[in-house]
Design a protein around this ligand. Structure first.
Ligand code: ACO
Length: 426
């Protein structure tokens, strides 16, 4: 017999089951609360509410732990590859060599996009934000690949997963090329996932992209760091959109829209802009004072779940130093600002008391800039990498027999029922 929690209201006691996962706090199952006690619960921002059961990712925010299918992010970032992590997230286990070979082949051979799809980009203004292009273009995938939109068919679900993981770099690179006014570059099957993406972004007809193993490894690791992060805003958006039975391409487009916000995936762009605005180390005290006066936020700091160092930030910081050294920018003044700002914030009581630590975005902007990407591409890269997490979570939800359409309740505080008054009497 599992334990129960007692809930008392208006002299009535309701006994509620307490559920326990592999790790993390116990969860009071309130599904029957409304039926038995005629009350709702109120939890804007889901501060204490688990919205689903999941076997994919676990975070212990106090300890700074992030596990994918049980494996620590640090080990995956150092010993695995992005495509292997994709397989792990989608299938639950690390692949054997033949399984990986088949998976890699499937992804590689889905990287092309329908020729007509390219015309879609031409409808956007040249100065459109690439995230605006991503939201529209990914939503349009369902118009091109409707043979994999039946959410009730497991084979179609897997094909749509492969298609999205494979095509996202091609679409993201096109969004980048379009904004630069450069011709699109087609994928090449002999290249790895990260190499292919970098080449599609940085190759031009006049000069081919020159592979660099340090930069390719860094790109792959950045993808790993962003692959999944349990029930964050964009993932919850994907699950909610998918709970109605909407097709996977539409659901991922909804996730991209949610990710764009500056409090979520848009923070990496905002963070680099912030560091560049600060500009020099001597301006840090004045900037920090502005944060403490609540005039603005310290971007790249703080997290709803992590009340400790974000483990992804540790890997990102190391990758940042490697990339900057490789491109000969080890003395980049913006990196010096970041290092000093982190030091100042981590020793200031304002940040210490609120348990504000660097998150993955603090060093990602500087790293991506050194790789050659402009700030408006940062969130696009995040979306590219997070696609596998979104699709794994979406698939898990569809395959969960207890899945229901998502439909939150509310406290209504508007006008009570009243009669319509015709305009001449108002
Ligand atoms: N700078 C300054 N103060 C902050 C920051 C910050 N970055 N983050 C939180 N605080 C303060 C809040 O003002 C609040 O102070 P108070 O208790 O005195 O009112 C306290 O810390 C708690 O913050 P909340 O807003 O309650 O924390 P919440 O969990 O709602 O927010 C969030 C988390 C949105 C990430 C927030 O920390 C933030 O906006 N950070 C900056 C944006 C950012 O870097 N986002 C990336 C997140 S990671 C990702 O999506 C990949």
């Amino acid at each position: 017999m599992g334990s129960t929690a007692k809930f008392e209201i208006d002299g009535k006691t309701v006994e509620l089951p307490v559920l326990r996962g592999t790790d993390g706090p116990a969860v009071v199952d309130i599904r029957k609360l409304y039926a038995e006690a005629d009350v709702f619960t109120y939890d804007p921002g889901f501060m204490s509410t688990a919205s689903c059961e999941s076997k994919i990712t676990f975070i212990d925010g106090d300890a700074g732990i992030l596990l994918h299918r049980g494996y620590p992010i640090m080990e995956l970032a150092e010993q695995s590859s992005f495509l292997e992590v994709c397989y792990l997230l989608l299938h639950g286990e690390l692949p054997t060599a033949p399984q990986f070979e088949e998976f890699e082949h499937n992804i590689t051979y889905h990287t092309m996009i329908h020729e007509q799809f390219d015309r879609f980009f031409m409808g956007f203004r040249r100065d459109a934000h690439p995230m605006a292009i991503m939201t529209g273009a990914v939503g349009a995938l369902s118009a091109f690949y409707h043979d994999s939109t039946n959410v009730n068919d497991p084979a179609q679900r897997m094909i749509s997963a492969h298609r999205m993981i494979a095509k996202m770099p091609t679409i993201a690179a096109r969004a980048f090329k379009y904004s630069r006014g450069q011709p699109f570059v087609f994928p090449r099957n002999e290249l790895s996932y990260a190499e292919n993406f970098l080449r599609m972004c940085f190759s031009v007809p006049a000069e081919d992209w020159v592979p660099n193993p340090v930069l390719t490894k860094a790109m792959d690791r950045i993808f790993i760091l962003h692959a999944d992060h349990e029930q964050n805003a964009s993932t919850s958006t994907v699950r909610l959109a998918g709970s109605s039975g909407a097709n996977p391409f539409a659901c991922i487009a909804a996730g991209i829209a949610s990710l764009w916000g500056p409090k979520h995936g848009g923070a990496n762009e905002e963070c680099l802009n912030m560091l560049m605005e600060i500009g020099t180390v001597d301006k840090i005290p004045e900037f920090v004072q502005g944060v403490k006066d609540r005039r603005y936020l310290l971007m790249g700091f703080g997290h709803r779940v992590y009340k400790n160092y974000d483990p992804r930030a540790t890997v990102m910081q190391k990758t940042c130093h490697e990339v900057l050294a490789e491109v000969g920018a080890g003395n980049d003044p913006i990196l010096q600002v970041a290092i000093e700002l982190e030091k100042v914030a981590l020793s200031d009581p304002y940040f210490v008391e609120r348990k504000l630590y660097p998150n993955v975005d603090f060093y990602s902007g500087i790293t991506l800039r050194a790789l050659g990407f402009p700030p408006e591409m940062f969130t696009v890269l995040f979306a590219l990498a997070r696609t596998v997490g979104w699709i794994a979570q979406w698939k898990e939800m569809i395959e969960d027999p207890s899945q229901k359409i998502g439909r939150p309740r509310q406290i209504y505080t508007g006008a009570p029922a009243r009669s319509f008054v015709s305009v001449d009497k108002r």
